[in-house]
Design a protein around this ligand. Sequence first.
Ligand code: SF4
Ligand code: SF4
Length: 336
Amino acid sequence: MEYRVLGKTGLSVSRLGFGGIPIQKIDAEGTKTLLHHLADMGVNYIDTARGYTVSEEYIGYAIEDCRDRFILATKSMARDYAGMARDIEISLKNLRTDYIDLYQIHNPSLKQLEEVLAPGGALEALTEAKAAGKIGHIGLTAHSTEVFARALELGFVETVMFPYNPVETQGEELIARCAERNVGFIAMKPLAGGAIEDATLALRFCGANPGVTVVIPGMAEIREAEENARALSDTTPLTEAEQGKVNALVTDLGTHFCRRCNYCAPCTVGINISGVFLFEGYLTRYGLEDWARARYEAAVPVPASACVECGVCESRCPYHLPIRQMLKAAAQKFGK
Ligand code: SF4
Ligand code: SF4
């Protein structure tokens, strides 16, 4: 296993990290078996979130007897001081530890990020927890390039997590800037939320980018973990044949895959368009139906079915996606 330094944190992390979303569909005992196997393979980076229902708890149970073999990263969607302070305590309890290596601000919009930074905002709670030795480092996760770019202007941000895979390359320029600023880059959604079936190709693509510090595919099975480790053990540039496959993938998925760039916003009636497609992916590809529906309820207050088909969003989408048609299909799946 190859290890890289995670930006300003100075932590030495394995190139393959563990994405903690899919364990919601197994159990605590299965998570323990999986994580012990991963530790033996040399994987030392675990990513989870307050928002991934039982994920923190399962991980806490799984690594209680081997906490020191892992670098633990989690995140919270709290934007104010009280909410973040409360979430840090819950994470510590769930993860059965007195120290979390990396605590991240989970996917804020630009406006929410300003709330985090304002007096009484979540950053104060993170700074306090860091000074108290409850957390080691502070990072940020994003889905839009605007937030990614803003994060790079903030000196306290030690790591950024952003989607990166053959069909979501919108962050490439910013990934290169991370290296220049010594900010660790964590590649999430390397399989495009399950849309890419060839995991080896997708991970080879991520691993071949020297700006990527760690890649965190979601894993719930030992077989997947071993396949992923094999793919990431080769960090040489893609061969011509591999590049050809990547190009074919982009052509194939390109006509109907939302890259969450948000250029289509704002919607005339206030639909969170990229949010609809993100949660639709969780619904159809992750096998986590209840969780996907709950996230849709919470983050998409104006449902996909409210689309009045004005077409304004489609004129802004750089990938020319048939958004109206795609929203209709999503509304059918979510029932609203
Ligand atoms: S077509 Fe629908 S989703 Fe697009 S801007 Fe109009 S109302 Fe919003
Ligand atoms: S629908 Fe198009 S413009 Fe909107 S977020 Fe997706 S890819 Fe970007």
